[in-house]
Design a protein around this ligand. Sequence first.
Ligand code: SF4
Ligand code: SF4
Length: 331
Amino acid sequence: MVAVPTNLLWLQAGSCGGCTMSVLEQGASGWFAELKTFGLNLLWHPSVSEESGEEVLDILARIESGETLLDILCVEGSILRGPQGTGMFNRLSGTKRSLLDIACSLAKRAQYCVAIGSCAAFGGVPAGDPDPTDACGLHYDGAEAGGALGRDYRSGKGLPVINVAGCAPHPGWIMETLQALATHDLTAADLDALGRPTFFAAHLAHHGCSRNEFYEFKASARVLSERGCLMEHLGCKATQAIGDCNQRAWNGGGSCTHGGFACISCTAPNFENGRNFHVTPKIAGIPVGLPLDMPKAWFMTLAALSKSATPERVRKNAEADRIVENPRRGK
Ligand code: SF4
Ligand code: SF4
């Protein structure tokens, strides 16, 4: 518990609202109780706050004038710069101002600025080709530093935008970031090269997947619903995707790969421009996207060896839609 309330403002720009839906799942007693526990005072959130119209404009005006201190600015959704850099594709209701203008103005006042989700971090879904809205992230345009705030932006506490990437990000990633900021426990050293907090960015989504045994033996699912590893044929990018998705449950249990859905690397810039999310691109039968830190030749050698050593049980289960053979002692 911290004594001084930490003022938090949450804006939605080019957003589907999914990040908010995600964070509302946080905590056994609910998001609002969780915010209170860490002294986080929600000044306003467009989906959950009672204030509307003039009351909201008043809240924003007080922040812009410096009357209300803004500790944490959260922006969900990409910043739409179109048409022609005006940002007018996305205006704040009741004003003639764009979210581009408002986000940039408030970011100057914020002690910390947090991009909630891959849209706010890198551009995300609205930035997918073709993009007539000219969408970008707060501090990145895809993998390029810059975005709406410019590459030199630093918040009041001297930090770059903290990118809680993911589409949607895990509620725990959002709340652990906000809690660490409320207790002043997050520094630049806790961010990776793309501004993502390392408490989740130090892991690959592959770590802890319930299909790991199938991966080890290269026992692959060929069609959706089979139990095998989804990397060889069904497009799983988790060996290259940052995130601890398979180590902490979503909505009380599960993850994309646990549910039979290939990882699409939604925490990465430009993930939205991938095509055929459920097909593994190959050259001469070899998957193009191999594990991040493994030389290709080693991977190919190990894959051939493990395929030749695949236990019958693992092979059968990989190609079934349920476990058909249980582990038992060999003869
Ligand atoms: S990151 Fe995904 S869930 Fe969040 S606003 Fe963008 S599209 Fe929606
Ligand atoms: S399905 Fe994906 S995450 Fe799971 S073991 Fe295979 S490569 Fe790893």
